[in-house]
Design a protein around this ligand. Structure first.
Ligand code: ISE
Length: 335
């Protein structure tokens, strides 16, 4: 039957997932929404047939019409919600970050292993983006030879109030950490964060842009230009440089106009637009797998590895040195 989903967190991301489950994808319905802001949760629930508003996640998880969870609350709240979900044996789609640091991610990793099976898909949605999937298939096919370097440009039009220099790493570059591990099928072994003189577009004190370099255990070099106050739009581009050729995505040539001696196109303004299809595909894949009693896609191991790289990245940002990444042995459940 239809999967009853409780969405925890009704901020920008949570509300977008509520809309997506209620109106876009098939096989699931929003049977509960949870937010500490009771008013906001109620407003959202009132617009959805048979949906109940809660302020307490555990109460929502105990409800008879909740079969699965989407966790879209702020990162620091994820650990408790995940451990409670395990206690209710509920399958979870957990938005990135799994948790903000390696120690808390490890606690979730150990708790899921105690269940003896995966329960969590982590919200690294770029793996479901059509262009990234094509790039992954091309690199896996081997026709270009071994990837030597990966150049990434990740640009936000403007940073939200209170966005810190560490958020550029934990909230934004975290996507390139997962993309690097997934595209190359390698682990990141060291992080170096370099900081040019900040843009005058950036709020006072924000280290924006940042230039981040990853080294991998397969000997590749990956760089990320991370900007969060471009002022002109949202762009995510990647170019793989391999032994026998290159491949690049994110060029946004969807519509090019030529008129009156000029040519041009448009640039999207935020990630919900650039990755709308990726989010739809990610949530549909999660609902389909959950209804089959399976868990697929990015795992708690991927969430832990990204958390460890984030921690190293923030240390490199603050101490101005290259920082090596220490990971535990990859458990059998995630091989
Ligand atoms: C946001 O949380 C995302 O996940 C977006 O994909 C990223 O581009 C943005 O910088 C983050 O703040």
């Amino acid at each position: 039957g239809t999967l009853g989903v409780a969405v925890i967190g009704t901020g920008r991301m949570g509300a977008d997932h509520v809309r997506r489950i209620d109106q876009v994808i098939s096989g699931a319905r929003v049977s509960a929404v949870v937010d500490l802001d009771a008013e906001r949760a109620k407003r959202l629930a009132d617009g959805i047939e048979g949906c109940t508003a809660h302020t307490d996640a555990a109460a929502a998880m105990a409800a008879d019409d909740v079969d699965a969870l989407v966790i879209a609350s702020p990162g620091p709240a994820h650990e408790e919600a995940l451990l409670t979900a395990f206690a209710h044996d509920l399958p979870v789609l957990c938005e990135k970050p799994l948790t903000p640091d390696a120690a808390s991610a490890l606690r979730v990793l150990e708790a899921e292993q105690r269940l003896g099976r995966r329960r969590v898909q982590v919200g690294f949605m770029r793996r479901y983006d059509a262009e990234y999937m094509k790039l992954k298939a091309l690199l896996d096919g081997g026709s270009l030879g071994r990837p030597l370097m990966l150049h990434n440009r990740h640009r936000n039009a403007s940073s939200p109030p209170g966005f810190t220099s560490a958020n550029l790493i934990n909230d934004s570059v975290v996507h390139e950490m997962d993309v690097t591990r997934w595209l190359l099928d390698q682990e990141i072994t060291a992080v170096t964060v370099l900081r040019p003189r900040p843009s005058s577009n950036a709020p006072e004190g924000l280290a924006d842009p940042q230039f981040v370099v990853f080294e991998t255990d397969g000997g590749a070099l990956v760089d990320v230009e991370m900007s969060v106050n471009t002022g002109f739009g949202y762009q995510v581009k990647a170019e793989a440089v391999c032994e026998r050729g290159t491949a690049r995505i994110g060029e946004e040539q969807s519509l090019v106009t030529e008129t009156a001696g000029r040519w041009g196109g448009t640039i999207v303004q935020d990630f919900t637009e650039r990755f709308a299809d990726a989010y739809d595909r990610e949530v549909q894949a999660w609902v389909d797998a959950t209804r089959r009693g399976e868990v697929t896609g990015p795992s708690v191991w991927d969430g832990y590895a990204a958390a460890a790289v984030c921690e190293a990245g923030v240390r490199s940002l603050t101490e101005g040195v290259r920082v090596e990444v220490e990971l535990i042995e990859r458990p059998a459940l995630y091989r």
